[in-house]
Structures are given as C-alpha cells and as structure tokens.
Design a protein around this ligand. Structure first.
Ligand SMILES: NC(=O)c1ccc[n+]([C@@H]2O[C@H](COP(=O)([O-])OP(=O)(O)OC[C@H]3O[C@@H](n4cnc5c(N)ncnc54)[C@H](OP(=O)(O)O)[C@@H]3O)[C@@H](O)[C@H]2O)c1
Length: 330
C-alpha cells in the first residue's frame, strides 16, 4: 500500500501531531501525460500553519480529511510523458504522499549534479525569498547595519550572507547558542543575539547596533521586532517577510504602534510574498547558484528521516528545532 498524511483537524494555537493522520491510500497509475513519482525530500514551511486554519489567505486552506501538500523533490518511477524518463528528479508542489501521479507540466526537471534537497532551500523558495526581499525592498548599501531575525533559518541564513556580500554590518538574531555560534563562526555575521537568553532585547539591539539599524529583515515579528524598531535610522527599510512568533496566536496581538516612529524616521515598512517575483525566479536562482558555486554562500539543512515524521517535523519549526532548511527525507 501507499501512504499519505492528511489534515485530521484544524489546530487552535500550537499544532499537535493529533491534527494529522498517517493513512494508507491506493497505489495510483499514471495516465497519458502524467508521471508516477516517489517523494525523496518533503519540505515543511511556516506558511503551512496558516493553511491549516480556514481563514482566508493568499494560498487556499488545506482541507480537513485531505492530504497536506507543499514543496517536494521526487523521483520519476514511471513516465507517460516523452520529456521524462525513469530516474529523473523533479520539483513540484505535491501532496504529502509516498507515491503519487502528477501532470508532467506541473513539475520541473532537476539537475541531479546539484544536491537535490537544495531545490527546496537555498536554490528554491526560501533562497528566492531572501534574495528578492533583501534586494528589492531592503536595498542594502555597503556600510549599513542590517538586522535579521530568524537569522539561522532557511531564509534568514541566506539573508545574512547576501547582506555580507553587499558589504553590510550584519546582526543576526536566533534562539540558541548553537545557532548564534553558526552565524558567527561559519556565516561571519558581525554580531549575534540569542533572544531566548537575552534579558533586554531593546538594550541588546542598542549594544549591537551602535550606529542604529538601516535595514531590518523581519522573519519573526512580535517582541523581537518591537525592540529592533526602537533603534531604526532615518530612511530605514523594514522587510516584512514573516511573523512566525504570531502564527499560533489565538488573539489579535497588541504591541506598540510603530506608525509615529515610521513618520519620524521616514522609514519604509513593506510586506511581500515571494511569488510577487515569480517572473524573475530564473534570475534569482542563477545568482544564488553562482554564489553557491563560487563558495560565497554556505548553507545548512536539518534533515529528518522518515515519511511518518512529517507532522512532528513541521511542528518543530515553531520550537526552533531546525538550523537552516527543515526537511523530511524518505
Ligand atoms: N513572504 C514570503 O514569501 C515568505 C516565504 C518564505 C518564508 N517566509 C517567512 O519567513 C520566516 C522564516 O521562514 P523559514 O522557512 O526560513 O523558516 P525557518 O526560519 O527555517 O524556521 C522557523 C524558525 O523560526 C524561529 N521561531 C519559531 N518560533 C519563534 C518565535 N516564537 N519567536 C522567534 N522565532 C521563532 C525558530 O528559530 P529560533 O530557534 O531562532 O527561534 C525556527 O527555527 C517565516 O516567518 C515564514 O513564514 C515568508
């Protein structure tokens, strides 16, 4: 039998493994123009939390009783399309199933010379999110101070390195000493803050950013961002990429209202969704691959073995269990 993971119920607050169900399903067979594929790497991503709720968003909600879906790298095990052969590796938006059929037009053939999991990380959606958010909204200039929250995650670690490549002074915020050590020792970030052990985040931002903050790449929101806002410079750019600290909130969060400060500092605060730049993904992947090939970008992944581990791996995102891209390997 084949296996799948379905959404069993919608969570309130922090998701639990009981919101998911591992179920058996039939073994499909591909029709004309379709491929039979076997999942190799399945991505877990913070945006999936909002899809577990029935609130309207920029992507449709998961349906209760139906399989979860997301970014998957898979291997072709049967092909009914002339452009694909058995053994090809493909990237697609696929269901959380061990084996499934997919219209060949809905997947991209991958270069097997590249580490395949990278197509879900640095050479995939998270890498592109870092690239376009930073370049198009952050517009970092050499010598500026860039603060990155969620700095040791899939998006954050690419953001930190792009900022360094642009000649900026980078301050990375993350939730463990191992993560801050990685940021400092491997990614060569200038200053780090462990927000879990830091007693006064506002003071920590002042200490690590004596010349103020020019660019803030915000992956987490909440109290961490409130502290960063308090030290922004004139013409600061604040990139609202994600707000993971609030994804499991059951109440509308209340915090300082930053608008007066934005006026005083002539600051820009802009949200974005990576798909806004889909017409330019080729450019982004080309640049990221070039930096990676030239040894200018390092990248880390946290890979969990076993299809059945998908629910707990996904939940682990909200407990900081990953450094870099979090993936499940089959
Ligand atoms: N706008 C877009 O198009 C777009 C695209 C991709 C991702 N995103 C957003 O970008 C952010 C990062 O995504 P990612 O895929 O790179 O995930 P990630 O950073 O690899 O993983 C999530 C990390 O968030 C941190 N975190 C979890 N709960 C937190 C909390 N309450 N307070 C502070 N930090 C917390 C944890 O690290 P610590 O140990 O450091 O706490 C965790 O490892 C997310 O908010 C995501 O929704 C947006």
């Amino acid at each position: 039998m084949n296996r799948q993971i379905i959404l069993k119920s919608r969570p309130t607050g922090m998701p639990a493994v009981t919101n998911f169900e591992l179920a058996e399903t039939h073994m499909p067979s591909p029709e004309e123009g379709e491929l039979l594929v076997k999942s190799l790497y399945i991505s877990v991503d913070p945006y999936m939390r909002s899809r577990m709720s029935d609130a309207k968003s920029y992507v449709p909600s998961f349906e209760v009783g139906k399989p979860m879906d997301g970014g998957v790298v898979a291997e072709v095990i049967e092909s009914n399309h002339p452009d694909f052969v058995v053994g090809d590796a493909v990237l697609g938006h696929l269901q959380w199933k061990v084996i499934q059929t997919i219209n060949a037009q809905h997947v991209t053939k991958l270069d097997k010379a590249v580490q395949l999991s990278y197509y879900l990380g640095i050479l995939g959606m998270p890498g592109l999110t870092a690239y376009f958010g930073m370049n198009e909204i952050g517009k970092p200039v050499a010598g500026e101070t860039v603060v990155v929250s969620g700095a040791a995650g899939a998006v954050g670690m690419v953001v930190c390195q792009i900022a360094k490549l642009k000649g900026c002074r980078v301050v990375g915020i993350a939730g463990s000493d191992d993560k801050t050590a990685y940021l400092k020792d491997v990614l060569k970030v200038d200053e780090v803050i462990n927000y879990r052990t830091e007693k006064d985040m506002k003071a920590a931002i002042e200490r690590t950013c004596p010349d103020g903050v020019d660019v803030y790449y915000d992956n987490v929101g909440g109290a961490i961002s409130d502290a960063v806002f308090s030290n922004i410079n004139k013409f600061a750019r604040i990139i609202l990429c994600g707000q993971i600290s609030l994804y499991n909130s059951t109440e509308v969060p209340v915090g300082p209202r930053p608008q007066p400060l934005m006026v005083k500092k002539s600051a820009l605060m802009q949200g974005f969704i990576v798909s806004n730049y889909s017409a330019r993904f080729g450019e982004g992947i080309h640049q990221l691959a070039q930096w990676l090939g030239d040894g200018k970008l390092a990248y880390q992944e946290t890979i969990v073995d076993g299809f059945e581990k998908l629910p707990e791996t996904f939940i682990g995102l909200f407990h900081g269990k990953n450094t870099g891209k979090f993936l499940v390997k089959m």
